[in-house]
Ligand binder design. Structure first.
Ligand code: PBG
Ligand code: ZN
Length: 353
C-alpha cells in the first residue's frame, strides 16, 4: 500500500509499517531539517525569535469638546470620539485590563488661520491631560499628538503664509502647544507635523521653562500616506486643499528617513518613530540598525481598518491578522508600537499581558 504524498494520519499497523519502509527507502540523510524546530507548539515557542508583548504598546484615543459624548468612529470600528468625562471613564476601564500607555488626539470645530485653539486652555486634549494626570498620576503614561492640522482652518499641519506652509512660524506655534501640554503634566509630546527643526524648538522651550522630564517621541519618518484616511475622518483634519507632500516624506525614499532620524535625535528626541508601519518595514529595519534611542512604529488607522474589514467579511481571522502584522513590525525592529488593536488584544487575551 502506497501512502499519499503529505499524508500524516497512519491508521493501521500496515500503514505504519509501509510508512517506515517508505521512509527507509526515501530518506534524504540530511544533516539539517529546519522542520524539527516547527514540530510542536512548545518547540515553536522555544525557537521563536520575536516575542510580542503589550508592554511596548500604546493605545490611541480621540478626544472632543462637550460632555457625555462617546461616538464610534465610522472608519475605525471599536474606536470612539469622546468628551473628556467619557474618556476618563474609558481609560479607567482600560487601565484595569492592562492599558497603561495612551496617546491622545484632539477633535474640534474651533479652527482658525493661526491654530490658536491648539494652546487654548479649553482644548480638549489639554483638559484631558490635566484630568488624567490628576486622576491616575504615574500609573498612566499620557502622550499627546502635537500638530496643528486639527486646529488650522486650512487643515494643514502648519500655518499657511503666501500660499505655503511656513516652517518656522509653524514650529514656534508647535513649541507653544508643547509648553501648554507640558504644563498639564502630559508625559510625552509626539510632534507629527514634519516641520524642520521642530523637535529642537520644542526641546528648547521645555528646557527653558524647566520641563526637563517631558519626553519627546518624534514622528521622525512620517510618510505622505493614503493609510491615514480613517484618521482624518475621525479627527476632522483633512487638508481643505492640496496634500501634505511638501512636509510629509515621499514614500519612494528610505535614506531620507535616516537623515530625519539623525536630526531628531540630535535635536533632543527621546524616541523616534516610523509611520505608517506595514508598508514601511524596510524603513523600520534600517532605522532600528542605527537608532541609539527606542524606535516606535505607528500601526495607523488604515492598517487597522483593513484588518477589521477583511475579518468582518469573513476572509481572515481578526486576531491572527492583527498579531501577524504586529509581529512583523516588532520583527522589523520597532520596540514600541502605537496600535488601535491594543484594547482587543487585552480584552480577548490574544496575547498575555
Ligand atoms: C496629524 C496626524 C495624523 C496621524 C497622526 N497624527 C494624520 C495625518 O498626518 O494626516 C495619522 C494616524 C493614523 O492614521 O492612525 N498630523
Ligand atoms: Zn497634522
Amino acid at each position: 500500500m502506497k501512502s499519499a504524498p503529505g499524508r500524516t494520519t497512519l491508521n493501521t499497523k500496515q500503514d505504519r509499517v509501509s510508512a517506515a519502509n517508505n521512509s527507509r527507502t526515501v530518506r534524504l540523510n540530511r544533516p539539517n531539517r529546519p522542520r524539527r524546530l516547527r514540530r510542536t507548539r512548545v518547540i515553536r515557542d522555544l525557537a521563536a525569535e520575536t516575542h510580542l508583548t503589550t508592554a511596548g504598546m500604546i493605545q490611541p484615543y480621540f478626544v472632543c469638546e462637550g460632555a457625555g459624548i462617546k461616538d464610534e468612529i465610522a472608519g475605525l470600528p471599536g474606536i470612539y470620539r469622546e468628551s473628556v468625562d467619557s474618556l476618563a471613564e474609558s481609560i479607567a476601564a482600560d487601565l484595569k485590563i492592562g492599558i497603561d500607555k495612551v496617546m491622545l488626539f484632539g477633535v474640534t470645530g474651533r479652527k482658525d488661520a493661526d491654530a490658536s485653539f491648539a494652546s487654548h486652555p479649553d482644548n480638549p486634549v489639554l483638559r484631558a491631560c490635566r484630568e488624567l494626570k490628576e486622576r491616575f498620576a504615574d500609573e498612566l503614561f499620557v502622550a499627546a499628538d502635537v500638530c496643528l492640522c486639527a486646529y488650522t482652518d486650512s487643515g494643514h499641519c502648519g500655518i499657511i503664509e503666501h500660499g505655503e506652509v511656513n516652517n518656522d512660524k509653524s514650529a514656534a506655534i508647535l513649541a507653544d502647544m508643547s509648553l501648554a501640554l507640558a504644563e498639564t503634566g502630559c508625559d510625552c509630546l509626539a510632534p507629527s507635523d514634519m516641520m524642520d527643526g521642530r523637535v529642537g524648538q520644542i526641546r528648547n522651550a521645555l528646557e527653558e521653562q524647566g520641563f526637563t522630564n517631558t519626553i519627546i517621541m518624534a514622528y521622525t519618518a512620517k510618510y505622505s500616506s493614503a493609510y491615514y484616511g480613517p484618521f482624518r475622518e475621525a479627527a476632522q483634519s483633512a487638508p481643505q486643499s492640496g496634500d501634505r507632500k511638501s512636509y510629509q516624506m515621499d514614500p519612494r525614499n528610505q535614506t531620507e528617513a535616516l537623515k530625519e532620524m539623525q536630526l531628531d535625535i540630535a535635536e533632543g528626541a527621546d524616541i523616534v518613530m516610523v509611520k505608517p508601519a506595514l508598508a514601511y518595514l524596510d524603513v523600520i529595519a534600517k532605522c532600528s540598525e542605527q537608532a541609539d534611542v527606542p524606535l516606535a512604529a505607528f500601526n495607523v488607522s488604515g492598517e487597522y481598518a483593513s484588518v477589521k474589514a477583511l475579518s468582518k467579511q469573513g476572509f481572515a481571522d481578526e486576531a491572527s491578522l492583527a498579531l501577524e502584522n504586529l509581529t512583523a513590525i516588532r520583527r522589523a525592529g520597532a520596540s514600541i508600537i502605537l496600535t488601535y488593536h491594543l484594547r482587543d488584544i487585552l480584552k480577548h487575551g490574544w496575547i498575555e499581558r
